[in-house]
Ligand binder design. Structure first.
Ligand code: NAI
Length: 301
């Protein structure tokens, strides 16, 4: 395969002052992209802010001759999102790639969760991705080219104790990515979500002995590929951790049909539970219309 390069491409990486985002920014810049290194520079739980986080990564990129511009804006407001995209347009003339990566944690079991824990986590992860992606989508649509990567999590897609706010936000990002994949298809815009596992300041206390096998830069190759022109994959979710890369998908199985015109009882549902749960013969819908079409065929008998 020919080398993947990003010459002439402009990338925005949010939360790129450390952890996973820093590795994406460095790798894209090494391969020729001009990178907006965005980071508010706060703590893991979203407190404070420090311009040094983004600036340090910009300095690293410039030290090897790469192109980078810092953005210290928070993704968590519409104004912040617009300013991040404006930084890309003003500094480098456009935006081709958006890696929505900024994130925080406010873990608490459900009954202990306060609304402020919900608001902040939704604002940074979910709304933040909207605020950055909408102005970027407008620029990409005009150009007829774009690559979106959203950072989901196994906490959202599979569930994890103590992360109702985070899990809901991360699952929401899969929904956002799926819709952008559909809306962007005609304009050369792809959109995918990743579920990383990596040793960063966010997770090192949780991963224990596994830390050394889960270096952040083992997630980077998948993200780099998804961000490239060579990759036309869209509307997908991938797990990336420790050098293992795997598709994660939502399947729709044939299920049980009560019959044309029938109104089944709850007892009928219980009696047919095995067939309702059966996984054989599933499809992986690429839009809600895939389900509706299949459903119409079934209902027609
Ligand atoms: P990290 O804490 O090192 O990186 C997150 C970065 O986002 C920080 O540099 C932080 O300053 C920045 N940030 C936070 N709020 C911001 C805001 N409002 N505006 C701009 N920047 C902001 O953690 P890590 O692990 O690198 O996380 C990156 C992404 O990956 C996050 O979205 C996280 O939820 C996600 N993730 C990480 C996993 C892991 O195992 N490390 C697992 C699943 C998802």
């Amino acid at each position: 395969m020919t080398d993947i390069t990003f010459d002439g491409r402009v990338a925005i990486v949010t939360g790129a002052g450390g952890g996973l985002g820093r590795t994406y920014a460095l790798e894209l810049a090494r391969r020729g992209a001009a990178v907006v290194v965005n980071d508010l520079g706060g703590s893991v739980n979203g407190a404070g802010g420090d311009d040094a986080a983004a600036q340090k990564v910009v300095d690293e990129i410039k030290a090897f001759g790469g192109q980078a511009a810092p953005s210290y804006h928070s993704v968590a407001t519409p104004e912040g999102g617009a300013a991040i995209v404006k930084t890309a347009v003003d500094s480098f003339g456009g935006v081709d790639i958006v890696i929505n990566n900024a994130g925080i944690l406010r873990d608490k079991s459900f009954l202990k969760m306060e609304w402020s824990d919900l608001d902040l986590v939704l604002d940074v992860h979910l709304r933040g991705a909207f605020y950055v992606s909408q102005p970027a989508f407008a620029v990409m649509k005009e150009k007829g080219y774009g690559r979106f990567i959203f950072t989901s999590s196994n906490s959202g897609v599979f569930g994890n104790f103590g992360q109702a706010n985070y899990g809901a936000a991360k699952a929401g990002l899969v929904g956002l990515s799926n819709v952008l994949a559909i809306e962007g298809a005609k304009s050369g815009i792809t959109s995918n979500a990743i579920m990383p596992v990596a040793a960063t300041r966010m997770t090192e206390a949780l991963l224990g002995a596994a830390n050394e096998m889960l270096a952040a830069d083992l997630v980077t190759p998948l993200v780099t590929y998804l961000a490239s022109e060579a990759c036309t994959v869209t509307h997908e979710v991938f797990s990336a951790a420790g050098g293992r890369y795997a598709r994660v998908f939502t399947g729709l199985a044939p299920g049980w049909f009560a019959g044309k015109g029938a109104t089944p009882t709850a007892e009928d549902v219980a009696a047919n539970w095995e067939q309702i749960e059966a996984q054989e013969g599933y499809i992986v819908p690429t839009a809600s219309s895939d389900e509706i079409q299949g459903l119409m065929t079934t209902l027609a008998g």
